[in-house]
Each structure stands twice: as structure tokens, then as C-alpha cells.
Design a binder for this molecule. Structure first.
Ligand code: NAD
Length: 251
């Protein structure tokens, strides 16, 4: 698959995990990167800025909460003032903690799509919006009911946004990872094993046993799909949520 052409990508939740891998991969593809994460993740943001610069691309760190539309708008403004017009927005930030899940995973995604599109329209350019769904957007996990519902919402938002923004030459697609070895799965494993009184790591292992590839996904596995969604080879695709899970679900 071909990587992206030069441009400026804003990636939310880019301080660690899948978001960081996407930042590094898109930098290798030739993109400059606006590294966005919460203010508390400043050290992570700075580390990813350095990782992008090591790859010979420009980067700037911006801090804000995606569940606050003013923060999203400000992060776009600060990022584009530093790096120029934005060509894509990767709405990667997402959480599994129930208390804030609707705010971050639904409202945060909604504001991200809306304000990214607003920016592309103001620029008078085409654009790509890429969202983070999940395998649970196709088949929920029973213990993750509310998380699953938010990821179904991402699929719905992607489809509606694709319809709404097509006339502005904006495509909207999502990646749907399976079981990726990040802090998010550490938390899920911790909760499941505490509930069942089983050893730490065993809940993750049960999932791995059901992956055809026979291993947990790496953030870089997901970043390869995002490279395609960010690049010109996916220009004719919109409204799609694409599974990248090593063989768990089939669409
Ligand atoms: P992670 O917890 O490792 O990283 C998430 C990042 O998002 C963190 O840097 C965090 O600070 C940031 N973030 C959290 N709340 C935020 C907010 N309100 N505003 C801005 N940034 C915020 O998670 P990950 O595993 O890398 O997951 C990335 C995305 O992929 C999420 O949307 C997640 O739902 C999705 N996903 C993950 C998996 C998995 O197995 N890890 C599977 C399917 C989908």
C-alpha cells in the first residue's frame, strides 16, 4: 500500500498507544504532525513531537480535551498556525472508563468531525477525517457494553458525516482495531481479572486465543491501515469502518 502524500495531520490521543504509532507512521509517509493530547500528557506529547522530528518531518504539540469543542477548535488553530493548512484529522482519542465515556468517545468524536470539516471548508481544500472505531462496533463485548455502544456510535457518525461532507470533497472513514497491546487493554484486563479472580494477563490471553493471527495486535499494525486511509489510494472510499484485528471479526 502506498503511504500518504505530504500534508498536515492532526492526531488526537497521539501521546501514546495507537495514536503515537499513527503519528510515527504518517511522519514516515511524509506528513507533518499536530500531536494532540490532554494537558496531563504533556511529556508524552513532547516525546512524540521529538519522534516525528527524528523522522525528518515538522511537528507541534497541542494540549486539550476533545470533549470540549473550544479545545478542539483551539488545537486546530494552534496546530495550523504552526504547520499550515490541515489535510487530515485523525480522531483517535478514546477511553474505556465508564464515567467519561460518552463525553470523550461520542461528543469528542462528534466535535472532532464537525470542527475538522469546518476547517477544511474554510481552507477551501479537500480533506480526510479518520475515526477510531473497534471490533466492538461490529460485535460487542458483554463486559464492555457502554464502550461497545460508543464505538457503534462512531460507525454511525462516520456514515452520516460521509454523506454530509461529500459535497465538500471530504472523505470520512474509520479503523476498527481488535485487541491491541496498549494501556487501554492493560486496564480492561485488570478489570476483568479482578472481577473473575483470575491471574493478571489471563483475560488478554483468552482474547488472543481467538485471534487467527495468533497474537495480540501491535499499534503499528493499526497505523499501517491508517496510512492507507490517510493516503491517495483510499480517495474513492468514504463512510467505511475497516476491521484490522488479525482475524477476530469478519465484516
Ligand atoms: P490509550 O489509552 O493507550 O491512548 C489513548 C490516548 O488518548 C491517551 O494518550 C490519552 O491521554 C488520550 N485521551 C484520552 N482522553 C482524551 C481526551 N478527552 N482528549 C484528548 N485526548 C484524550 O488507548 P489506545 O489503545 O491507543 O486507543 C486509541 C483508540 O483506539 C481509542 O479510540 C480506542 O477506543 C481505540 N481502540 C483501541 C483498542 C485496543 O485494543 N487498545 C481496540 C479497538 C479500538
Amino acid at each position: 500500500m502506498t503511504g500518504s502524500t505530504a500534508g498536515v495531520a492532526l492526531i488526537t490521543g497521539a501521546g501514546r498507544g495507537i495514536g503515537r504509532a499513527i503519528a510515527e507512521r504518517l511522519a514516515e509517509d511524509g506528513q507533518d504532525i499536530i500531536v494532540a493530547d490532554i494537558p496531563g500528557a504533556r511529556e508524552n506529547i513532547d516525546a512524540v513531537v521529538a519522534a516525528v522530528e527524528q523522522r525528518g518531518r515538522r511537528a507541534v504539540g497541542v494540549a486539550g480535551d476533545v470533549s470540549n469543542p473550544e479545545d478542539v477548535e483551539r488545537m486546530i488553530k494552534e496546530g495550523t498556525e504552526a504547520l499550515g493548512d490541515m489535510t487530515m484529522f485523525v480522531a483517535n482519542a478514546g477511553i474505556a472508563q465508564v464515567d467519561e465515556i460518552l463525553d470523550v468517545n461520542i461528543k469528542g468524536v462528534f466535535y472532532s468531525y464537525q470542527l475538522a470539516a469546518k476547517r477544511f471548508i474554510e481552507q477551501g481544500t479537500s480533506g480526510k477525517i479518520i475515526g477510531a472505531a473497534s471490533i466492538v462496533a461490529f460485535r460487542p463485548f458483554p463486559i464492555l457494553a457502554s464502550y461497545s455502544a460508543t464505538k457503534w456510535a462512531v460507525r454511525g457518525l462516520i456514515q452520516a458525516a460521509a454523506m454530509e461532507f461529500a459535497k465538500h470533497n471530504i472523505t470520512v472513514n474509520a479503523y476498527a482495531p481488535g485487541v491491541v497491546g496498549t494501556a487501554m487493554w492493560d486496564l480492561i484486563d485488570e478489570r476483568l481479572t479482578a472481577r473473575d479472580g483470575t491471574p493478571r494477563g489471563s483475560a488478554l490471553q483468552v482474547q488472543v486465543d481467538n485471534i487467527l493471527a495468533g497474537r495480540v495486535s501491535e499499534p503499528a499494525d493499526v497505523a499501517k491501515l491508517v496510512s492507507y486511509l490517510a493516503g491517495p489510494d483510499s480517495d474513492h472510499m468514504t463512510g467505511q469502518t475497516v476491521l484490522i484485528d488479525g482475524g477476530i471479526n469478519f465484516s
